[in-house]
Unconditional design. Structure first.
Ligand SMILES: *Cc1c(COP(=O)(O)O)cnc(C)c1O
Length: 337
């Protein structure tokens, strides 16, 4: 762990004071206990940080990041937010909602062709008034460029939302600060955090935040997209870029980058039986909705790590919910069987 100048950076949210931020999220998000899930697993004490309740048109982890990205967009005079992703992208939907809330236009560039059914996040994007563009056979960069150029040619000022940057990750540095504050107020301690890790920005922010605040403990990333080696490299890069962005002048040790890549089976659009079980268990034990792509894989990881005894009974484990429930509707047929 690092020796950091804690007061300069974190004393009463100095960190956040230094970066332009637009208020979009309902914060702090709830910190709840999961006693029935813990009982069902005969496991450790379990908590959940409800970032599925950040409030931006069904919430999710991108809302915290958008607070900083959109602030930069507004500083640059942007009047159009451009977001890109998969058909059922949560972040594209949150961007569409942020744009609506702030009176900006949203252009959403989605992979592939328009599907036959408007459901889940795709439906929400449409309801939120976003203009949707299908990338078709073009690669993403090309499709985004076309949208940006057309928007400029109409006298607009587009800003492309990208999460693989420190300005996004600091949303989760701030989130860790928020959690530590909540834990202190309730006199609770957490030994481990389990979180879905896609591109790694969320986990990187949490790691940097935890390190800066001088709290030990492990942040277990459950990979949702990439193999361990690939995600580890991304995480390492994002951690060091975020540390540099914040001006810490220090680095995080490699052993703090914990990744599990054993729960990737659902990636081809089919729900893995273990993920399905996790979705049902979370829903039926706690009324908690997790999705097949992200948070359900993280829940699968949590359950498996408890069952394998990796988490001991004496520990307190926090599941950091990153959202994603609208995606459930895109799997309605498969999940209702
Ligand atoms: C985007 C997303 C993630 C992954 O976040 P990263 O910062 O890319 O790791 C996890 N869960 C949900 C629901 C998401 O939409």
């Amino acid at each position: 762990m690092l020796e950091l100048e804690r007061n300069r950076i974190f004393g009463s949210s100095v960190l956040m004071g230094d970066y332009p931020r637009v208020s979009l999220a309902h914060l702090p998000t709830p910190l709840d206990e999961l006693p029935r899930l813990s009982g069902a697993l005969d496991g450790p004490r379990l908590f959940v940080k409800r970032d599925d309740q950040t409030g931006l048109a069904t919430g999710g982890n991108k809302t915290r990041m958008l607070e900083f990205l959109v602030a930069e967009a507004l500083q640059e005079g942007a009047d159009v937010l451009v977001a890109y992703g998969a058909v059922q992208s949560n972040h594209v939907r949150q961007t569409a909602a942020a744009a609506a809330k702030l009176g900006l236009r949203a252009h959403c560039v989605l992979d592939g062709e328009q599907p036959s059914r408007w459901t889940g996040n795709l439906l929400l994007c449409k309801l939120l008034g976003a203009e949707i563009h299908w990338a078709g056979k073009r690669d993403r960069a090309e499709a985004i460029q076309a949208v940006v150029e057309r928007s400029r040619s109409r006298g607009r000022c587009p800003y492309v939302i990208a999460y693989d940057q420190p300005r996004a990750a600091i949303g989760y540095v701030a989130a860790m600060e928020e959690l530590v504050d909540q834990l202190a107020k309730r006199n609770l301690e957490i030994d481990r955090i389990v979180v879905a890790s896609g591109g790694g920005g969320t986990q990187a922010g949490l790691i940097v935040g935890a390190t800066a605040l001088g709290i030990g403990g492990r942040i277990e990333g459950i990979s949702t997209v990439f193999d361990k080696m690939v995600l580890e490299a991304k995480l390492e890069e994002m951690v060091s870029r975020t540390v540099a962005f914040l001006g810490f002048g220090a680095s995080v040790s490699r052993e703090d980058l914990v990744i599990h890549d054993d729960y990737l089976e659902s990636r081809d659009g089919v729900v893995d039986p273990l993920v399905r079980e996790a979705i049902l268990l979370a829903a039926q034990a706690e009324g908690l909705l997790v999705d097949p792509v992200y948070s359900g894989k993280a829940m699968t990881g949590l359950i498996d790590l408890v069952r394998r005894g990796v988490f001991s009974h004496h520990e307190s484990v926090l599941f950091w919910h990153t959202g994603g429930a609208p995606t459930l509707f895109a799997y309605a047929e498969e999940l209702s069987r």
